[in-house]
Design a protein around this ligand. Structure first.
Ligand SMILES: [Zn+2]
Length: 139
């Protein structure tokens, strides 16, 4: 999910989060400063979806850089649902940072297989189009 406040490329908060995350998508790892298209597709994602967890919506710890595609896949996926009740009780604004990598890992396990599915569709589309003389460049 994106937020109007942080979704402006080049704004100080975007740069701060970008430097922390090496300007790579937190899920697929693509370098978001490869080119203008990659940079323009970069979004701020909330690890704990802002639609569900208002307390964490303005916390830098809860934000990651994401490419457009991964952000669209993740949307409101809630990694907390994969944790035990006991672990969930331990997460607060103060402790979120220590759970960050675990939560990101849960999100990656959700996002990456769906991203692979999209890549397969792309591959299959190119397989169908190639015999017809339609190359990727002319699409
Ligand atoms: Zn990505």
């Amino acid at each position: 999910m994106t937020s109007k406040y942080v979704d402006i490329h080049g704004n100080p908060r975007w740069i701060k989060i970008g430097v922390r995350d090496n300007f790579c998508c937190a899920y697929c790892g693509v370098n978001l400063l490869n080119d203008v298209i990659s940079m323009s597709s970069a979004q701020i994602d909330h690890i704990l979806p802002q639609s569900k967890y208002k307390t964490y919506k303005d916390e830098d710890t809860n934000m990651v850089l994401s490419c457009y595609c991964c952000n669209q896949i993740k949307r409101a996926f809630d990694p907390l649902e994969k944790l035990s009740e006991q672990e969930r009780m331990l997460i607060t604004v103060e402790t979120l940072d220590s759970f960050r990598e675990k939560l990101l890992s849960i999100c990656r396990h959700y996002v990456i297989p769906l991203l692979e599915k999209k890549k397969k569709i792309l591959y299959m589309s190119n397989e169908v189009l190639q015999p017809l003389g339609v190359s990727k460049k002319s699409i």
